[in-house]
Design a protein around this ligand. Structure first.
Ligand SMILES: [Zn+2]
Length: 293
């Protein structure tokens, strides 16, 4: 198994410098990743391995904001055992015992203590696993000790009231230590977290999933989260089997991708192993990435 590289890719969105940090690799069942799309179609975009899994990334976004570093999603963390990591094909070990996310921060010249704000799109283990970390003594603590964390109130309720279908994705060790430390703030609907960084409800993958809109100096970037996990998922009906409300995902995608094309947004793909971002175009049949400018 190979970790997707490069570890860090940086660019500007308006006046803000942003860094996409690849918090590790992940391999998931290709059929589950593409829902009702038949394999002969999806494997032309992302080939499957001998266990029918496809290579994914776990990209987080670090934004250098005048009010402090803002981190969007945190990868899978360092608390899971070998068996779990094998099932989900997670390869994210960091040089210092934490994860690739912390390695990426180091490469940028930032420390975990420097992160002022953490925003979670939702609380699934591959998005909020790095909200906390376990030290050598077995203590689980917030991974960003000086940060305020943000997630939707409804997502927190959903994560703490699981059923047989949803339980496999939510582990309290990923977020309860942050709640216990009084560091989680729960968001209702849309909200500007700091100037130019706004959380936007994008339901479907989970009922209270949110995405992040960055608006600076006339440019807009949009961190999709699991609304559209890779650039291969741009066609409207290419929706993950993991989504709990796939028809809601469809309508959210329709609305967001239309606005992204109309307003020339830079879309940021969390799970794409190779493509960090791009702008979309509808060619009459479907959405696809425009050539990079
Ligand atoms: Zn995900």
């Amino acid at each position: 198994m190979t970790k997707p590289l490069p570890l860090v890719q940086s660019r500007m969105i308006g006046a803000l410098t942003v860094h996409a940090i690849q918090a590790g690799g992940q391999r998931l069942d290709g059929g589950a990743m593409f829902g009702v799309v038949p394999k002969p179609l999806w494997e032309r975009r992302i080939p499957a391995d001998e266990r029918n899994r496809i290579q994914l990334g776990m990209r987080c976004l670090l934004i250098e904001h005048p009010s402090g570093l803002v981190l969007v999603d945190t990868g899978a963390g360092n608390k899971e055992d070998k068996k779990f990591k094998d099932i989900y094909g997670i390869e994210n070990e960091g040089a210092d015992g934490r994860t690739s996310l912390e390695d990426g921060l180091t490469q940028i010249g930032a420390r975990t203590e420097d992160v002022a704000i953490v925003i979670n799109t939702h609380l699934h283990f591959d998005h909020a696993g790095g909200d906390t970390w376990v030290d050598d003594a077995g203590n689980i603590k917030p991974a960003f000790p000086n940060a305020r964390y943000f997630v939707k109130r409804g997502e927190y309720d959903y994560a703490t009231h699981t059923n047989e279908r949803t339980a496999a994705s939510y582990f309290e060790r990923n977020f309860m230590p942050v709640v216990a430390a009084g560091k989680f703030e729960f968001v209702v609907r849309e909200r500007e977290i700091v100037k130019g960084i706004r959380v936007v409800p994008t339901p479907g993958h989970t009922p209270f999933h949110q995405s992040i809109l960055i608006d600076s100096a006339g440019e807009r970037g949009f961190f999709l989260g699991d609304l559209c996990p890779t650039s291969a998922h741009l066609p409207l009906p290419w929706i993950m089997g993991y989504d709990v409300e796939p028809l809601v995902t469809l309508e959210t995608k329709r609305r967001i991708l239309r606005q992204a094309e109309d307003e020339d947004w830079l879309l940021i793909f969390e799970h794409d192993a190779t493509v960090p971002w791009g702008k979309v175009q509808h060619d009459g049949k479907g959405y696809h990435l425009r050539e990079a400018e």
